[in-house]
Write a protein that binds this ligand. Structure first.
Ligand SMILES: Nc1nc2c(c(=O)[nH]1)N[C@H]1C(S)=C(S)[C@@H](COP(=O)(O)O)O[C@H]1N2
Ligand SMILES: [Mo]
Length: 197
């Protein structure tokens, strides 16, 4: 059973379609560079930084983590929103718990195999709707959309969700990722139209 989390806008006192967005039924692809390839036998997912136990998970081990399917909306900073995306994956708090996040961790940097990074405060990640996604509509996540594994952040613009994610770093001080260093908003709340900084 899929859990519907499309009511996240209520948390921000906004409409389902955030201001300045238009709804699309397409699922466009937006990447800073090409789609990286991967080898299931060589793929590893790491968690490190302000944690008690560094994690290094194989593809098989990652698939064995508790997962769930959710219905989420997806808001791109360039102005389109896609409603009712069906994503399956592992919730961020599951990873944080296995890594044993330390009390001095306040911030998170996501790392991806194309060199992309993106950051969020830890409390903006410790929610079940921040998902490490490996299935879209019941099929393996398409490579263009970040397969084998990506993050989705339905409460933030979609650049906060790293495609091809292979690591999560827990930080004791805020840092900025790829787009956050290049003019996109560090906070990225769609209901406040936090697009640029
Ligand atoms: N690794 C990686 N993740 C990324 C990007 C990227 O270039 N590389 N682009 C971001 C941006 S700007 C957006 S809008 C979304 C787009 O996701 P989509 O291509 O599935 O629509 O991915 C985000 N995650
Ligand atoms: Mo984007």
């Amino acid at each position: 059973m899929a859990r519907d989390v499309t009511d996240v806008h209520e948390e921000y006192g906004g409409d389902r379609l955030p201001p300045g967005q238009r709804e699309t039924s397409a699922f466009p692809v937006l990447s800073k560079s090409g789609t990286p390839s991967w080898e299931p036998d060589e793929w590893r997912f790491d968690a490190w930084g302000a944690v008690e136990n560094d994690l290094e998970l194989s593809w098989e081990e990652f698939q064995d983590l508790p997962s769930e399917t959710q219905i989420q909306d997806f808001h791109c900073v360039t102005g389109w929103s896609k409603f009712d995306c069906e994503f399956t994956g592992v919730a961020f708090p599951t990873i944080a718990e296995r890594a044993g996040v330390r009390d001095d961790a306040v911030h998170v940097m996501f790392h991806a195999t194309d060199g992309y990074t993106t950051n969020l405060p830890l409390d903006a990640c410790m929610r079940d709707d921040v998902l490490f996604v490996y299935e879209y509509e019941g099929d393996p996540l398409p490579a263009d959309h970040g397969g084998p594994l990506r993050v989705v952040t339905p409460h933030r613009y979609a650049y906060k969700g790293a495609k091809w994610v292979d690591g999560v770093e827990f930080l004791t001080e805020p840092e900025r990722g790829y787009w956050e260093l290049r003019g996109y908003s560090n906070t990225a709340n769609p209901w406040n139209e936090e697009r640029y900084s």
